[in-house]
Design a protein around this ligand. Structure first.
Ligand SMILES: NC(=O)c1ccc[n+]([C@@H]2O[C@H](COP(=O)([O-])OP(=O)(O)OC[C@H]3O[C@@H](n4cnc5c(N)ncnc54)[C@H](O)[C@@H]3O)[C@@H](O)[C@H]2O)c1
Length: 256
């Protein structure tokens, strides 16, 4: 992978799971990182553990003023912004006929608007300062629906299309924007499902590699996409799923 050393990155949702693994890989590559998350305690801990290399920014990605502050703090602390990883996400599940407007808004605001706002302000800075590279985290659910995940799947499909629009608009400013579509990854987000043996078995039936990915297996592809090795990769969707996409989503309806 091309040399990332000396660069500066933002990672939203960087206090847990996939975002946290991306932060660790960036630090190993000698990249300075602004970690944006709601988890104040974890941010403090990360900042203390990596003094001068990490700043923790308490950020709600659904609030535009928080994102503007995040970009400003990153530039003030480290002197620029080269890469951004828009990872923060979560969902409230529900059958379409029962899902409340509030739960729909929570999911779509966080997973889609949160990426839009992050992308907007990261790209605005990069456009004025010579360019950069951005990775948005969508999901295999951008392509494959799941029972009771209409809001999440719709938002993630939106992230994929938003990424393509961004690549189209921003290529002229030397900014590349790509997305990764993780399959099942072992993180706090999915442990509630995978800790139930029958549900986990249903997933494993469909995943040809017969295991969930680990967060670091998402971080590698994410770093590749910002690196010079991916200098002609733009507007792309990289599925990272142990071949799940080729076998279809499990029927989870019997567990609800
Ligand atoms: N784990 C999987 O199987 C999987 C699969 C496909 C896609 N994804 C996507 O990957 C991303 C990361 O998921 P994960 O599994 O690492 O989850 P996670 O729960 O481990 O981490 C998500 C992080 O986002 C933060 N966050 C939540 N709401 C926020 C907000 N409003 N503003 C800022 N930060 C916020 C949380 O505090 C947490 O630190 C999400 O977008 C998720 O949809 C995960």
């Amino acid at each position: 992978m091309g040399n990332l050393s000396g660069k500066i990155a933002i990672v939203t949702g960087g206090a847990s799971g996939i975002g946290y693994a991306i932060v660790q890989r960036l630090l190993n590559a000698n990249v300075k990182v602004a970690v944006a998350d709601l988890n104040r305690e974890k941010l403090k801990e990360m900042e203390a553990a990596h003094k001068g290399k990490v700043i923790g920014c308490v950020t709600n990605v659904t609030k535009e003023e928080d994102i503007e502050t995040l970009v400003q703090k990153t530039v003030d602390a480290f002197g620029g912004l080269d890469y951004a990883f828009n990872v923060a996400g979560a969902s409230k599940a529900g059958a379409i006929v029962d899902q409340s407007e509030e739960d729909w808004d929570f999911t779509v605001d966080l997973c889609l608007k949160g990426v839009f706002l992050s992308l907007k302000h990261e790209a605005k800075y990069m456009k004025e300062h010579g360019g950069g590279a951005i990775v948005n985290v969508a999901s295999l659910n951008a392509h494959v629906p799941m029972f009771y995940g209409a809001a999440y799947s719709s938002a993630k499909a939106g992230v994929e299309m938003l990424t393509k629009n961004a690549a189209l608009e921003l290529a002229q400013h030397n900014i590349r924007v790509n997305t990764i579509l993780p399959g099942l990854v072992a993180t706090p987000l999915t442990s509630g499902l995978t800790n139930v043996e029958a549900i986990n078995d249903a997933y494993m039936e469909r995943i040809p590699m017969r295991r969930a990915g680990n967060p670091d297996e998402m971080a590698g592809p994410a770093l590749f996409l910002v690196s010079e090795d991916a200098s002609y990769v733009n507007g792309a969707s990289l599925i990272v799923d142990g071949a799940w996409a080729v076998s279809g989503y499990p029927d989870l309806s019997k567990f609800m």
